[in-house]
Ligand binder design. Structure first.
Ligand SMILES: Nc1nc2c(ncn2[C@@H]2O[C@H](COP(=O)(O)OP(=O)(O)O)[C@@H](O)[C@H]2O)c(=O)[nH]1
Ligand SMILES: [Mg+2]
Length: 284
């Protein structure tokens, strides 16, 4: 599932997206609502030029809804249409269609004036791996099994999926790479499971997550793992406390921090600590 982004892949991806862009009226950029900055591709704006775009903040069911609302407000303030969606529940899909109509308003009007009625608005979905592109395409199109290409740069016959309301969706999403060179981005991708624990080792990711949670969500962290005083402890030490509470003990009474790491990361990703957004607008 994980894609290694070599320069060759990146060049092919660029070309593929640029080619497909010519066929569509609007692009839906899928971002993870919990990490709208880290789940964004750095060169997308350059690829898109002035092609109309709508941002879908996906996995909003896992994000802090107040923070997501702030993000939508923020994007609005810089002239970008954004909506919160969940590709699991289908929440926000209708709002997304409205946003597409909004950004295509002039184009639709122009087509009508030329007597071109009922021309479907053609949509392409783009996003980094695991952001939910296949799930989103399936939800938007109301079809069941995922059958979308998951390899970058692989050209397949283009299929258009008809969607109620006068749209056609390209069944192959554009798969973009995340930012590689930013440490915080890497951490946020690792915490949310967007990358399969391969840019950080599990213990490093879990220790960093403990540090973050102790700083921003200490009440919840202490409650869920029944921790006493964690003031002044390092992320790794907190991880050890969590391991001890969860019975992750190896011979000699030491904590199995590897197991504790997996527990914490799984529970964080499963929202056991609540709906936590890792990134907020205006604090960049
Ligand atoms: N909770 C939640 N999970 C989602 C959502 N969208 C996708 N997922 C999950 O995220 C993972 C990656 O989704 P997928 O559609 O394969 O992502 P893709 O790699 O971008 O095509 C899967 O486990 C999905 O079930 C969503 O809106 N909410
Ligand atoms: Mg996919």
């Amino acid at each position: 599932m994980n894609i290694q982004w070599f320069p060759g892949h990146m060049a092919k991806t660029r070309r593929l997206i640029t080619d497909n862009l010519k066929l569509v009226d609007v692009v839906v950029e899928l971002l993870d609502a919990r990490i709208p900055l880290s789940s964004a591709n750095p060169i997308l704006p350059e690829l898109l030029g002035n092609k109309p775009k709508v941002i879908a903040l996906n996995k909003s069911d896992m994000a802090d809804s107040d923070v997501t609302a702030n993000w939508i407000q923020y994007f609005k303030s810089i002239g970008i249409e954004a909506v919160a969606v969940s590709s699991i529940s289908g929440k926000g899909i209708d709002a997304l269609k409205n946003s597409i109509n909004t950004v295509l308003k002039d184009k639709i009007k122009m087509r009508e004036e030329k007597g071109m009625k009922n021309v479907p608005a053609r949509i392409m979905v783009v996003g980094i791996p695991n952001v939910g592109k296949s799930s989103f395409i399936n939800k938007l199109s109301g079809r069941a099994g995922a059958k979308t290409g998951d390899r970058p740069g692989v050209t397949t016959a283009k299929q258009w999926i008809r969607i109620a309301g006068g749209y056609e969706l390209l069944d192959t999403p554009g798969i973009l790479w995340p930012k590689f060179d930013d440490e915080i981005t890497g951490q946020h991708l690792a915490f949310t499971g967007a990358v399969k624990d391969d840019i950080y080792d599990t213990e490093e990711a879990a220790s960093l997550l403990c540090g973050y949670l102790a700083e921003k969500h200490s009440v919840k962290l202490k409650e869920i793992y029944k921790l006493d005083d964690i003031d002044g402890l390092s992320g790794y030490e907190i991880l050890e406390c969590i391991g001890r509470k969860r019975g992750c003990i190896i011979s000699g009474g030491n904590v199995d921090t590897e197991r504790a790491s997996k527990i914490l990361l799984n529970e964080f990703r499963g929202c056991k600590l609540g709906n936590i957004s890792l990134e907020e607008p205006y604090e960049q």
